[in-house]
Design a protein. Structure first.
Length: 232
């Protein structure tokens, strides 16, 4: 946990910059966390105690610039305050350190495996996830867990995150019309949760199966001389 040495006056989220003005130079840095958030919006639709921020500043001290991961997950916070939503994530207001942060390595390396790792370690983030599609000799997905104040690389794909109740991993699939490797959430048995599009397709398939069964039943009734449209 952080031990704050903060000034008496603490600015609110509305008074702090909501961007570090650093352009996102890789479309995957938006799409990958966007897919993870979209799946959570289905899985946790009834829950109001979580936040998945995308390219949102995390403020840990009013006199220091925000840390801006590609994505982060916080549990035990309000889903939203009002219709304006959060401009940024301010630790002295939220009182909850994100439980997971995600960095998607772009063509322009930004010290995801060095400086950022130490920053999130010092911040007390339990899980630090790094994904680099350009890696060839090392795993493209790394999941680091904070153990006794230091990050330890976790084995496997997907990796089960018991404190979150989800696993995270990567595999090939289709999202936003693009077939490639994506990050997904998984259950404890390693089964991947569907994307919103996949869930819609599943619901349509179930509806079509129900329609076909109803049609078959109607045909069977007609063969018995019973008009299914005039049943009492």
């Amino acid at each position: 946990m952080l031990e704050y040495n903060l000034p008496r006056y603490l600015p609110s989220a509305e008074e702090l910059p909501d961007s570090d003005e650093t352009p996102v130079d890789n479309e995957l840095q938006e799409l990958i966390p966007g897919l993870l958030k979209a799946i959570l919006l289905l899985l946790w639709a009834e829950r109001m105690d979580w936040l998945f921020g995308i390219d949102m500043g995390i403020y840990y001290h009013p006199d220091k610039p925000a840390i801006v991961p590609d994505g982060f997950l916080s549990l035990g916070v309000e889903r939203f305050y009002d219709e304006e939503l959060r401009p940024s994530y301010v630790l002295w207001d939220e009182n909850v350190v994100p439980i997971l942060v995600l960095e998607v390595v772009s063509q322009t390396y930004r010290k995801e495996y060095t400086d950022k790792l130490h920053e999130y370690e010092a911040l007390g983030v339990l899980y630090y996830v790094i994904y680099s599609s350009r890696r060839r000799r090392k795993p493209r997905l790394e999941v680091h867990k904070l153990v006794n104040g230091k990050y330890e690389l976790q084995e496997g794909n997907p990796v089960w995150l018991p404190e979150i109740g989800l696993g995270i991993g990567c595999e090939r699939g289709n999202y936003s019309g693009v077939t490639r490797e994506w990050l997904y959430w998984y259950d404890e048995q390693g089964q991947r949760y569907p994307t919103p599009y996949e869930q819609l397709q599943q619901e349509r398939q179930r509806a079509e199966q129900e329609r076909q069964r109803a049609e078959q039943l109607a045909e069977q009734l007609r063969a018995l001389g019973i008009d299914p449209d005039n049943l009492p």
